[in-house]
Design a protein. Structure first.
Length: 200
């Protein structure tokens, strides 16, 4: 059985991360949950991005750049040690994230979609939320992104409201997930797909 785990970005994963980005570009696909790794195509370096995401969980640094603390992860498939997705987890919400963005941003690489991996990845993100002591997390999706909406609903998402994102000029749907309840309810579906010890 395939198993998955979250891994903090590192210099050792540079080429694989760049390949992850390239695949999205090749497929003309939006890239989500990466804390801005797509800036690399515009001159930002992987090392610049790595430095930023390494600092991002620190509250003092986050506040200095007008953000909330956040942790970015690669989602790794154990069998071939491949990056199949990415997750960006905001430790708490500010006023803007409460409307647009939420706690969790995530994405799966184009060639690995429609395999149920997004649900496993969101379950992994909920485990991280639990470690931080969060009772509920907000997750949003573009109104027309049926796949993302199904993923959120599959993990117990409860619809709250629809909002308009001025930046993307699109409507978003906001959902809330009860962390402990969802982890317990879906552990038989996803628990055995999680590698228990997260590698760094």
């Amino acid at each position: 059985m395939e198993k998955f785990y979250l891994e903090l970005p590192s210099i050792e994963r540079k080429e694989e991360a760049l390949d992850y980005l390239k695949e999205h570009i090749d497929y003309k696909s939006d890239i989500n949950g990466t804390e801005g790794i797509n800036r690399i195509k515009d001159g930002f370096t992987y090392e610049d991005w790595l430095d930023e995401v390494t600092k991002a969980p620190d509250e003092e640094w986050a506040k200095s750049v007008g953000r909330v603390p956040a942790t970015t992860y690669f989602t790794i498939r154990e069998s071939d040690n491949k990056i199949i997705g990415m997750v960006n987890f905001r430790h708490y919400l500010n006023e803007r994230l409460r409307k647009i963005g939420g706690h969790i941003g995530y994405g799966i690489r184009p060639t690995e979609r429609r395999k149920g991996y997004a649900k496993i990845q969101l379950y992994l993100a909920l485990l991280e939320a639990q470690k931080l002591g969060l009772d509920k997390v907000m997750v949003d999706c573009i109104e027309t992104n049926i796949g993302s909406e199904r993923t959120i609903l599959a993990l117990g998402g409860e619809f709250e409201e629809k909002v308009f994102d001025e930046t993307r000029q699109k409507y978003l749907k906001n959902y809330w997930i009860n962390v402990n309840e969802s982890i317990e309810k879906y552990k038989d579906l996803y628990g055995d797909k999680i590698l228990k010890k997260k590698r760094k």
